[in-house]
Ligand binder design. Structure first.
Ligand code: MG
Length: 378
């Protein structure tokens, strides 16, 4: 366990933009988590693509189930590191709120279209959009826009940001201007995100039949786990074997992460939150050996799954849909490519679910695109 001085405390929050009376029953970070959970943007994650577009099957991960898996992994890590679990959970549940329909293909297309229409627009980036959702776009309170979250939650949501954009966000983006690390709770969220998607994409890729057992045993960590399982359970069927391999891989990565982080904090003699932030590298991380394993898993997924012709075909259609919707909305708005107007068009498109976008596209451009047939439907 690390000293609790390194964990962010609700009582010590730098506060909310609009002052509110304290709750009798919940801490500030618990309230943030609950506000995120009750937001419309959170519910929309259910119909947004992770890797497989929703019409491909009900069992594949979407952004909502992904966010829940990230949160489960991160809470285990936070608890064992003595960090603030409520803040960590709030960061996990909100980390993908700004995603467009159709995953990264949708973001790529919206970013490119925004920059093309107005090069000074800064394009579109889902992290910045997540902050925009909680700061501005959720309309649930009588006296302010957004969810009025605590400084620490908003700061943790902003995972990436260019120096020029950071200046307009003030204190919460200070680290992108001056350099430095985010809180330990934000560092845990970032790695839990990676652990979750690497493993559930592997699981979904196998289920869809886009990658095979013959291929995946090329990844050292998978073949090691498989050997152990086959030795203990020689008659296990493929589906249980798959679940067992993935479960054990997540466990071993989480365990390695907790132990390596504790070791790193001890060796670096970190005794304050200021030292966490001033450290040259993130303190939450894997051992050197596990980093090699994680890298080889990521490389495998990149080459064999994310670049798979079926995934690429779906992404190409998604890019056309987002681009068409954007240009059509720009044309209808008569905006002269005004930045404020373009940003509100991007807000509308980013808020759409996959289905909203596909239906509107079919209305405006009937039968222009042909969605590929679903991959393995299980
Ligand atoms: Mg994510």
């Amino acid at each position: 366990m690390i000293h609790e001085i390194l964990s962010l405390k609700s009582e010590a929050t730098k506060g909310r933009k609009f002052k509110e009376p304290a709750s009798k029953w919940r801490t500030d970070f618990q309230r943030d988590r609950d506000r995120i959970l009750h937001s419309s943007a959170f519910r929309r994650l259910m119909h947004k693509t992770q890797v497989f577009i929703s019409h491909e099957g009900d069992l594949y991960r979407n952004r909502l189930t992904h966010s829940l898996e990230v949160s489960q992994i991160a809470r285990t890590i936070a608890k064992n590191l003595n960090l603030n679990e409520d803040l960590t959970e709030a960061l996990c549940l909100s980390h993908d709120l700004g995603h467009t329909p159709f995953g990264h293909a949708g973001q790529f297309s919206l970013n490119k279209s925004m920059k093309k229409v107005n090069p000074s627009s800064n394009g579109f980036e889902h992290n910045i959009q997540s902050l925009r959702v909680v700061d501005l776009l959720e309309k649930k309170y009588a006296d302010f826009d957004g969810l009025n979250l605590c400084f620490e939650t908003r700061e943790g949501i902003l995972k990436r940001c260019s120096k020029s954009v950071a200046k307009k966000f003030g204190d919460i983006a200070q680290r992108f201007v001056l350099g430095g690390q985010p809180s330990l709770e934000a560092q845990v969220t970032n790695i839990a995100d990676e652990i979750a998607y690497n493993h559930h994409d592997l699981d979904d890729g196998l289920r869809a039949g886009l990658i095979s057992w013959e291929e995946i045993i090329l990844v050292p960590q998978i073949s090691q786990q498989l050997q152990l399982i086959e030795r203990s359970f020689p008659k296990l069927n493929d589906s249980r074997k798959q679940a067992e391999v993935i479960r054990r891989m997540i466990n071993s990565q989480v365990e390695d992460l907790i132990l390596s982080t504790l070791k790193r904090i001890k060796i670096a003699k970190i005794n304050s939150q200021a030292e966490v932030r001033a450290h040259s590298l993130p303190l939450v991380g894997f051992s050197r050996e596990m980093s090699v394993n994680v890298k080889s898993l990521k490389l495998f997924l990149h080459e064999r799954l994310y670049k798979h012709p079926n995934v690429s075909e779906m992404n190409s259609v998604a890019k056309v849909v987002i681009e068409d919707l954007f240009y059509e909305m720009v044309m209808k708005s008569n905006s002269n490519n005004d930045l404020k107007e373009l940003r509100s068009i991007a807000d509308i498109i980013a808020a759409m679910t996959d289905r909203d976008a596909a239906i509107l596209h079919n209305k405006w451009f009937p039968k222009k695109v042909c969605w590929p047939k679903p991959v393995g439907f299980v």
